[in-house]
Ligand binder design. Sequence first.
Ligand SMILES: [Zn+2]
Ligand SMILES: [Zn+2]
Length: 372
Amino acid sequence: MRAVAVFPAEKKIKVVDHPEPRRERETDVLLEMLDVGVCGTDREIARFDYGTPPAGADYLVLGHESLGRVLEVGSDVTRVERGDLVVTMVRRPCGHADCRSCAAGRQDFCFTGDFTERGINGRHGFMTEKVVDDHQYMHVVSPELREVGVLVEPLTIAEKALIQVWDVQERLPWTVAGQAEGDGHGQRAVVLGAGPVGLLGALALIIRGFDTWVYSLEAEGSPKAKWVESVGGHYASGKTTSLEQLKDKVGNIDLVYEATGAVAVSFHALSVLGTNGVFIFTGVPGRKGPIELEGDDLMRNMVLSNQLVFGTVNAGPDAFEASVADLARFYGRWPEQVKALITGRFTPEQAEDLLIGPPSGIKRVVTFAELG
Ligand SMILES: [Zn+2]
Ligand SMILES: [Zn+2]
């Protein structure tokens, strides 16, 4: 069967004839892949910055953002049924007995760093026709989400972040979770960056009632700015609005969701975070050399304003469940805007262009089956 693979030793990307996987255990599920999203991580692997084939293989099948349909289930499979649409989780435990997070099924918090990840590190990914995995890693998506279900995995980044935000913000008893208007009602959020992670994060904040601003480089009045406004958010361009001016427009910034990987603007945004605010880092910067920071101002502000800063990566089962539920809510409320996040569907043979060509659009998808 066809698979899109990277060959790190040869520095090549090819469509290969990959052996069909078989179910080996009674908890295994065979999926036909429908859609596989391409993101910055795939593009970095395609630049050979990282990405490790499974032991003994000379290539790695790419793809970690997936939507598949169940073809066959083993006799002990309980979580999915034949015909279900499913999204499969990416990370697998490190296997060290003393890694308490992995032992608890929370490899997204792995201590050792020896975890594996499908399509990234030590395991083949989903950019292929068929996939086998254990049902415990699969999350069922309703059939109405066929066209957009591939967005579940990139949305899990925001979902894991927001689960942690409610944990830490329990320190603020007046921001009571579960208000009728949404948990974020009365709070103001700023999203840095208008890529898929940022825009999905903005939807997650808006649907919780946050007054949400997206701050990015595209001009005010650009298609992305209009998209943000069409879902009830506000947009400010980094080209024409400084972060200090943004702070004046927004008021007290209760939450910053960083989704750029850009170091200078992110730390600058930390300096405008409001009283009792939370700052969430999700971007992984490249190594670009040191930047200058107003360390005393940052530290003073963090202490005197009771601020919290945390980074978050990958996602656990709770975030996948929340992502599936939220994507359905987004799609019910803003169907056209959610569909517009997917800016192109491509054949596996076109995948190399998506991986090494100039980035464009929002989320581009490699598709193995027609819609419908
Ligand atoms: Zn991704
Ligand atoms: Zn671990």
